[in-house]
Design a protein around this ligand. Sequence first.
Ligand code: ATP
Ligand code: MG
Length: 314
Amino acid sequence: MRSIAIINQKGGAGKTTTAVNLSDALAREGRRVLLVDLDPQSHASLHLGVQLGEDEAGVYDVLVGDAAAAEAMRSVNERLALLPAGIDLVGAELELRQRPNWQRVLRDVLAPYREAFDFCIIDCPPSLGQLTLAALVAVEEVIIPLQPHFLALQGLGRLLETVTLVRQDLNPALRVSGVALCMFEKGTRLAQEVLEDIQRFLSAAEPGTAWCGARVFDTRVRRNIKLAECPSYGQTIFAYASGSNGAEDYHALALEVLGLANGARHEISGDGQAITESIAEGVAAAGAPGRVEEPDAVVGSTSIVAGRAKSDGI
Ligand SMILES: Nc1ncnc2c1ncn2[C@@H]1O[C@H](COP(=O)(O)OP(=O)(O)OP(=O)(O)O)[C@@H](O)[C@H]1O
Ligand SMILES: [Mg+2]
């Protein structure tokens, strides 16, 4: 089983949209997929039309209570299963910490399913709190969805620092496999600049870092109203609007994740040293393990993009 956490502590970056639609795209490519909703907002569950009743087990009961994962899992379609979340997950961060080895709880929950599924995709909350840490310990890969706009890179250094610390202390197999650009608006100068900044940073990664070998996926998930509409119908983009740009883009992203698409890197021009150093400093200045628990601190790179945005009058 390949396990992938979809993480960005920035809100509204496209995590849930990516987790849900990438999962279904992989399922439609014949893979058996388990989607884990690890966000107390339950957006992935709601996106798939699942709203847990009071007596129904969800990921909270599995992590903090005694419920078996199989009890909480439900089938979305032939090859896609969901481990849903309910609002009770809000309390899980506190309660999780009271369990011994809490960082490994999710990993242990998922371990028996390694043969049953080809992919496990985890939709994470917009923070770097305990739930996200549990996800980072449970997976081998991280995909970072990112909307290339003003301040898009804010917090990226902090996120990579967290991944680095988890890799050092708890999960040596962890790596960032890529950045997925979401709500992409082709032709905007800022989107292009953000893209180039990230590409430069990733291609300058030192061997041994968690993001060495990571890339910006060639697929740009375009802004597409159908992607915003389909959650209201409890459907993925493939069930709701199979001919839309959104379906086309998430299918293309799935092919890239499967290694079935041409993944040629885009050429980068110009001097990107400053932002590369800036994000790297954010990571280097991370300090001792333990600081990862502070959610959403801002480090690193964004001043450059923000500065550009300002000078562009945005
Ligand atoms: N490519 C797209 N085109 C149009 N709308 C999109 C696209 N991707 C996401 N959206 C919409 O943008 C909003 C934020 O997306 P999403 O919920 O996936 O972000 P998120 O990172 O999961 O947010 P949160 O941090 O709250 O969990 C949603 O309303 C979603 O429907
Ligand atoms: Mg979300």
